[in-house]
Design a protein around this ligand. Structure first.
Ligand code: SF4
Length: 176
């Protein structure tokens, strides 16, 4: 049984939801996998060793994301950029039109609570830009789409688990 890890970095959870949108077709996957790390489902403290396939949703927006990716790479045989944000930066990449200082000032100057100061403790430092995960670690496969279509996720995962090359369409129109 393959050990699967899943994580959300700078993304919206939509890619995870697309996987859940497989509904009863999840039964095609479940007998083959054991999800051993998935903070969106549970809250494990440590990423375990020996993960077979790690699905990374979201791009890199802060230094904590970078550290997590390095650990994921070290502990995983196959890393998949899961969705457009992880593959290319995606919608959060629009933040690259501005400096991180502009982004922080905009967010906190429109805060309606009394505490309007930009937090500077226990908050990971933002990276200068939003990056695809491949700018930080080696990525084995890219599953594009915002989010990737459920069937494409299933077919790609089954292929990877069988040791085959996943067939990733060059053009995708999601009608599900
Ligand atoms: Fe959300 Fe789309 Fe990014 Fe997935 S690729 S995390 S659905 S914005």
């Amino acid at each position: 049984m393959a050990k699967i890890g899943m994580i959300q970095l700078c993304g919206c959870s939509g890619c995870h939801i697309s996987l859940l949108d497989l509904h009863d077709q999840l039964l095609d996957l479940i007998p083959n996998i054991e999800i051993v790390y998935a903070p969106i489902i549970a809250d494990p403290k440590e990423i375990p060793d020996g993960i077979d396939v790690f699905l990374v949703e979201g791009g890199v927006r802060n230094e904590h994301d970078e550290h997590l990716l390095e650990e994921i790479r070290e502990k995983s045989k196959i890393v998949v950029a899961f969705g457009t944000c992880a593959a290319y930066g995606g919608i959060p990449g629009l933040g690259n039109l501005y400096t991180k200082e502009d982004l922080l000032n905009t967010v906190y100057s429109t805060d309606t609570t009394e505490n309007k100061e930009i937090p500077n403790e226990e908050i990971p430092e933002l990276t200068e830009v939003v990056k695809p995960i491949s700018h930080v670690i080696k990525v084995d496969y890219i599953l594009p789409g915002c989010p990737p279509c459920p069937n494409i996720i299933k077919d790609a995962l089954l292929a990877i688990l069988n040791g085959e090359e996943p067939k990733i369409p060059q053009k995708i129109v999601c009608d599900e």
